[in-house]
Design a protein around this ligand. Sequence first.
Ligand code: PLP
Length: 349
Amino acid sequence: NEFVALTNTPPDTMPALKARLFANENPYGISTSAKEAINKATALGNRYAWMEFAQLKKMIADAEGVSPKNILITPGSSDVLMAAAVNFSQKGAILTSRPTYDDLLERATKQNGQILTVPATTGLGYDLAALKAKALSTPGLSMVYIVNPNNPTGTIVSPAELAQFCRDVAPKVPVFIDEAYIDFLEPADRPMLGKLVAEGLDVMLARTFSKIHGFAGLRLGYVMAQPKSITQIKPFTNGEFAVGITTLMGGIASYQDQAWQTYCRTENAKARDYTMKELKAIGYEPIPSYANFILFPIKMKTQAFENQMYGQGVGIQTREIDRQPYCRVSIGTMDEMKIFMDAFKKVVG
Ligand code: PLP
């Protein structure tokens, strides 16, 4: 086979693919404005980026209705997730629901932390009512972890219910919400929970530039939280200076580039709609997705499916949930989704 499955493949032997749809990346790249800013920033590579950190924090704070003191910038949101895992796993059990994004939970487990879960809804979403009941009745919890939109399911919870959940739970247990995919929602549909942070609630919101801004390789993220939470988490991060001035200046440009974000969101929605429709037309039932990937049950074993898709030059991921195999396909360009559909039809016969 020309293409090798990613599973257990070291990155230095990453296969060349016709469609790279396994990592929820932005297929459109970074904006022209970000490229120009990064080019300019190379000339400032000899300077520490104090002012630029302040500039980006001010922009985020203004947009989200928080204070710059509520923001910690990190090289990607993974840095915040890992730091939160280390900090909170020492203090008590972490409550969540699965399937979800496992990185934080796996890191907490490595630290000998305890993970408690409530079952997902029938549509594989977060069951906020069950989560609230357990959060309020379980002693010794250190935090609740929610991913919204969730990965790998693409599901969301209602913004009003999530805000109410935070108001009810955060006075007792800190609530950590991973909003890596929030920018794929139309601005009017976003929960805008910064207002809860501004009110002083113990809510932590993790964000990344890896998705809508296309900065997965450039590494930029941040968390909005109470200053006391930032003080707790920060020692376990790599520190803000782990973000270079090129990434930072690129990020500042991209953050202001609404046209680029709208373009990526709109193109993502078009390619996602196309893929959903095509899958449904051949008898598959994708979970309605609000992010840049789709999860759907398949009728083959995960490893065989993955190998055959890679054999066709299409990189995807698989999951087994309640013994049912699923495909998680990232949304690429429309051309890439056509390649995906062609390969998928060949593989499943
Ligand atoms: N959170 C979720 C839900 C993700 O899916 C990802 C990456 O795919 C991340 C966080 C981490 O992204 P990054 O470290 O690139 O910001």
